[in-house]
Design a protein around this ligand. Structure first.
Ligand SMILES: [Zn+2]
Length: 152
């Protein structure tokens, strides 16, 4: 068990006693925390959400990653007038469960799937006005979705 007392908490990355971040769960000094956020930011920027359908109270986005030409997932958002309902579909063509970055000695590991949720919050939820939101994540087993088009 980790012993937690004011004296034993040291920055997870550099070992200094001067921990101040994140608030309420201080485990990093300010410098290391800034470095961690900067790295997460770079990783997050490798994702691009391209809006593909825009309707009055719904949108659909395709998720791209800098390393791949084809989309690696999709996001649908529905606004019922009160809350936002988001459905994320992750394609198996991307390493969603891999660690998104590595910092020496960092005990906290974040996956690409977790970073994508940050991107969705910033690029989709905030522009919609924020508020209460619900997010469901599904994994697709097909590399690409099947496309069916029809008219009756
Ligand atoms: Zn530090």
């Amino acid at each position: 068990m980790a012993r937690k007392s004011a004296e034993s908490v040291r920055c997870a990355l550099c070992g200094t006693k001067d921990v101040s971040e994140p608030r309420g769960d201080e485990r990093y000094c300010r410098d290391c925390w800034d470095k961690k956020i900067a790295v997460e930011d770079i990783v997050a920027r490798e994702f691009t959400l391209k809006r593909y359908i825009r309707a009055h109270s719904a949108e659909k986005y395709l998720v791209y990653h800098a390393t791949q030409k084809r989309p690696i997932g999709q996001v649908q958002v529905i606004d019922d007038g009160y809350d936002l309902f988001l459905t994320v579909l992750l394609y198996p063509s991307f390493v969603w469960d891999d660690q998104a970055y590595h910092l020496e000695n960092d005990p906290e590991h974040r996956t690409y799937a977790e970073i994508l949720v940050d991107v969705i919050a910033a690029d989709v939820i905030e522009p919609w006005g924020g508020g209460k939101w619900h997010l469901e994540v599904f994994r697709s087993i097909g590399v690409d979705p099947e496309e069916w088009n029809g008219e009756m």
